[in-house]
Design a protein around this ligand. Structure first.
Ligand code: ADP
Length: 285
């Protein structure tokens, strides 16, 4: 995302198995920029060294994915990312037989590939996936660190370098989509939230190249929206949206319009709420 990355690391791209294409190892450029907000870097490294699976908790757009990419680079491991969705099954993660011409060939799914290659496997929004995925996640998260591929009869022992990371957004989950205790108690958890003001200003400046006063005004607008109580907002404006506002300003929009389009409009469809958000933006921009 950032244009300020230097160096290279391998990354295996997201694949939803639509079209059943084998995964491709993608190269991303450089160390992904991540501004630490506490002891999360040290804690993640300690988890990696001790082969503990990690859960990243927090609202959308607050840096979880960026953090995992940064840590994969720091630890020198490839990263396999899977955006979980409600059709994602255990076999999507494990792999399946595919017909290629006259042949039937086994193709590893992203989790199998991560286990084989000692990668970091990031299951983003894991609670969205089908329940049967827990059958494959559980044995990989206890001290067995094993994965059984029923279709081929193969049992894989995860190498020390393999690490499972999941993300979970507690605010967004409904009662039906809550992470079960039997799953969550297999992970150590790092809590993420929106960065404090100074850090968020630094992030917006880094990501957009904006001047400090403009970045400060964008962050101020974000804070005001987050402080709105009872506004009927499902989720407050994320750091990601503040970065978008900065990019629109860099693209030539005036600050007010940029904030309306990227901070207010995406978070609500209610005309009254939008009007209130626009009015609030006008007090700063
Ligand atoms: P999440 O995975 O939590 O939904 P992302 O990791 O995609 O969110 O973060 C969204 C954007 O916010 C990133 O692309 C990055 O620009 C910015 N960001 C948020 N927190 C940080 C941070 N601590 N350091 C650097 N960038 C951050």
């Amino acid at each position: 995302m950032s244009g300020h990355e230097a160096g290279r690391m391998p990354e295996i791209g997201e694949d939803h198995w639509e079209g059943a294409v084998a995964h491709q190892a993608l190269e991303i450029e450089g160390e992904p920029y991540y501004l630490p907000l506490g002891d999360e870097v040290m804690a993640f490294e300690a988890a990696y060294q001790n082969r503990l699976p990690v859960m990243l908790k927090g609202p959308t757009g607050c840096g979880k994915t960026r953090f995992v990419r940064h840590m994969a680079h720091r630890l020198g491991r490839p990263l396999v990312s899977v955006a979980c969705h409600d059709d994602l099954t255990a076999s999507d993660l494990i792999g399946r037989f595919l017909i290629r011409g006259d042949e039937t060939v086994w193709v590893d799914g992203p989790l199998t590939q991560a286990v084989r290659s000692g990668a970091i496997c990031y299951l983003d929004e894991v609670v969205e996936a089908r329940k049967d995925t827990t059958v494959v996640i559980h044995p990989l998260t206890d001290d067995r660190r094993r994965m059984r591929i029923d279709r081929t009869g193969e049992v894989l022992q995860a190498p020390p370098e393999f690490m499972l990371v999941i993300s979970y957004n507690p605010g967004y989950q409904s009662l039906l989509k809550n992470l079960k205790q039997s799953t969550r108690q297999r992970f150590m958890a790092l809590e993420f939230d929106f960065p404090p003001r100074e850090a968020e200003v630094a992030i917006v400046i880094h990501e957009t190249g904006l001047d400090r006063p403009t970045a400060e005004r964008i962050v101020r607008i974000g804070e005001l929206i987050r402080n709105l109580k009872d506004a009927g907002l499902e989720e407050p404006a994320s750091t990601r949206l503040l970065v978008y506002a900065g990019l629109l300003v860099r693209g030539g929009l005036d600050l007010r319009r940029a904030c309306e389009l990227s901070i207010a409009a995406p978070i609500s469809d209610d005309p009254a709420v939008l009007e209130a958000l626009f009015a609030l933006i006008a007090t700063v921009a």
